[in-house]
Write a protein that binds this ligand. Structure first.
Ligand code: ADP
Length: 637
């Protein structure tokens, strides 16, 4: 309605924003000065966006020019600090969406999940920053005057950050956005030139748009004995950081640039800055974070690389620029070999872009390989990003070997992370496979009956506990010519492998069950258990336990089936379950001489026990409890 559009509109912040603001105002950050970095960062992004828009629509620059600038001005009388840019600006709808809600994917869910425990919430919020809303750390009222490039009408957004904001038409607004901060009493320190100069140098020197400090109206400076009007002063270097020679960039500057480009607040775990020369030329500056980004497992799995063509920002949404398993990498790529004037959609499929991706991945993997030499440092990386990197084992067939080299695993025999190279180096004589077991928890897996035989022989098994493990491990093929095999399918391998202490169990072997007795038992178990299992067979894997339940060789693992079920994707998946028995176990031998209900009850109890150990539900809990009580009753006389 036009009517409401001309009048001042009063609107409520989205509930999550109100919550965020409450935390921002009351307890966030000891260094409030970062509000300036956030606002300058936004202003610079707004200039980038307009510069890109003007490639296809040069008229957008008619009013306001093509020299992009960010101006800071201090008004000590009014107690205000102003940050103004001549970038893209915002429409009314954009004001509401950008400065009234939390639009960034995942953030809103994240805010909802906060507990209300301030101390904890603050440290979590620190991870992703609060952008524009950080203004309210230093200001008790914020006005945003803005006019979208190409639009005739300007707007004013105002708020005291306490639940609501207003939007009204404003005829003074020029192209871009001007943020006026009405400073709190305890934040007047920021109305000081020296302070601002210092903050901009520290946090925003890398910003490619000039950040200019304007003199106050009528401000004079001494020039020898005479006084003259103070002139505007550019505070930053105002050149694209990635184009500067490496030798001229300090670690601090890299870090601040990372914070800007990656919307991050931690130290970069790795910084990679290089210029590719040859058929395709480009410069890349990329960072690997040291802490886990809160949106790492967002379903969209978007990458975080900004593409520039000759210093003009093009897009941070190009899927083709970085494979999904490297989506945690932050940074920029700038190339002069890409056309400026084609749409983002067309760029997506550009062969040059694909080549650049190849180059970026190659360099990243090489650096990771180098850094893997320092196990302590590398393990920190793997702790955070290992589960994501492993998606590459499934998705990037071409680089499978490299990725397998970089992968680290939990192991049945060693604490900490283990590489496949270590594993293969420790393989036993006669061992042809890399053995794995999948499940939810490494500590529980370590005690699985399925590992007993492996433990007894000192054969290492990799404990795979990430959901993605189910996917790659069944299709990965081999590493160093050794195939992967899950222990569920390895029942017969053990006798071929040398080593360990199998002799210890010789006691029981003095009276081994006859082959016929075992065959009969298997038949009887199949009859008794009916469709609850698809097969019954003996295994050498078990030592202390009488039975275990595994998925059939051709089927998927029980863990995988459970995962799919949790996601409602199992449908009527038929999972073939096999009961494996330890023919040397005293309990199994006793089973051979039972019959009738006693046999059926014992068989059912053993199956339920195997189910429980595998994390499967007991099919009929009441029947299970009855049988168990009956058995106990007999045993306890
Ligand atoms: P972020 O910058 O992380 O997206 P912010 O809360 O800082 O989060 O800003 C939200 C959105 O508001 C930005 O993504 C941008 O679309 C818009 N915005 C903020 N400042 C400006 C500005 N100076 N000019 C134009 N748009 C802006």
């Amino acid at each position: 309605m036009t009517e409401t559009n001309t009048a001042e509109q009063n609107l409520q912040f989205q509930a999550e924003v109100a919550k965020l603001l409450d935390i921002v105002v009351h307890s966030l950050y000891s260094n409030t000065e970062i509000f300036l970095r956030e606002l300058i960062s936004n202003a610079s992004d707004a200039c980038d966006k307009l510069r890109y828009g003007a490639i296809t629509d040069p008229k957008l620059l008619d009013d306001g020019g093509s020299a992009f600038e960010i101006h800071l001005s201090i008004d000590k009388t009014a107690n205000t600090l102003t940050i103004a840019d001549n970038g893209i600006g915002m429409t009314r709808d954009e004001l509401i969406a950008n400065l009234g809600t939390i639009a960034k994917s995942g953030t809103s869910e994240f805010m909802k999940s906060l507990s209300g425990d301030k101390a904890k919430d603050v440290s979590l919020i620190g991870q992703f920053g609060v952008g524009f809303y950080s203004s309210f750390m230093v200001a008790d009222k914020v006005d945003v005057f803005t006019r979208k490039a190409g639009e005739a009408q300007g707007l004013r957004w105002s708020s005291d950050g306490k639940g609501s904001f207003t939007i009204a038409q404003d005829d003074t607004a020029t192209r871009g956005a001007k943020i006026v901060l009405h400073m709190k009493k305890d934040a007047e320190e920021f109305l000081d030139k020296f302070r601002l100069r210092n903050i901009v140098k520290t946090y925003s020197d890398h910003i490619a748009v000039p950040v200019i400090l304007d003199p106050a109206p009528g401000e004079k400076v001494k020039d020898g004995d005479t006084e003259k009007d103070a002139s505007p002063e550019t505070l930053n270097s105002a050149s694209a950081l990635w184009m500067r020679p490496k030798s001229e960039i300090t670690p601090e500057q890299y870090k601040e640039f990372y914070h800007h480009v990656g919307h991050a607040f931690d130290e970069p775990w790795h910084t990679l800055h290089f210029k590719a020369e040859g058929a395709i030329e480009y410069t890349a500056l990329m960072f690997i974070p040291s802490t886990k980004p809160f949106d790492l497992f967002n379903p969209d799995r978007k990458n975080n690389i900004k593409l520039y063509v000759n210093r003009v920002f093009i897009s941070d949404q190009l899927e083709g620029l970085m494979p999904r398993y490297l989506r945690f990498v932050r940074g920029v790529v700038d190339s002069s070999d890409l056309p400026l004037n084609i749409s983002r959609e067309m760029l997506q499929d550009n062969p040059v872009l694909r080549k650049i991706q190849g180059g970026l991945v190659k360099r990243l993997l090489k650096d990771l390989k180098d850094r893997a030499g320092n196990a302590d440092e590398y393990n920190k990386f793997w702790d955070v990003f290992g589960p994501v990197m492993k998606e590459g084992l499934y998705e990037d067939f071409e680089r499978r070997d490299e990725l397998l080299d970089l992968a680290r695993f939990r192991s049945s025999l060693h604490d900490g992370w283990v590489s496949l190279k270590d594993y293969v180096g420790r393989m036993k004589e006669g061992q042809d496979f890399i053995y794995t077991i999948t499940g939810e928890d490494a500590a529980l897996l370590k005690n699985s009956p399925q590992l007993e035989g492996f433990m007894a022989k000192g054969i290492e098994v990799l404990l795979l506990t990430d959901p993605i493990d189910e996917f790659w491990s069944s299709s990965i093929g081999a590493y160093d010519k050794k195939s992967f095999k899950t222990v569920a399918m390895a029942g017969d391998d053990l006798s071929k492998i040398k080593g360990g202490d199998t002799d210890e169990k010789k006691e029981e072997d003095k009276s081994p069950a006859s082959e016929q007795a075992i065959k009969d038992l298997i038949e009887n178990l199949k009859k008794s258990l009916g469709t609850a299992v698809t097969d019954v067979r003996t295994t050498e894997k078990l030592k202390g336990s009488p039975v275990c339940l595994v998925a059939d060789t051709a089927g998927m693992s029980l863990h995988m089936a459970r995962m799919l079920k949790q996601h409602g994707e199992a449908g009527n998946l038929a999972i073939r379950k096999v009961l494996e028995i330890n023919a040397k176990h005293a309990l199994i031998k006793r089973l051979m001489v039972l019959s009738g209900t006693a046999f059926d009850d014992a068989a059912a109890l053993l199956l339920d026990q195997a189910r429980i150990i595998e994390g499967e539900p007991v099919a009929d809990p009441v029947a299970f409890a009855k049988r168990l009580s009956a058995m106990l009753e007999k045993a306890l006389v």
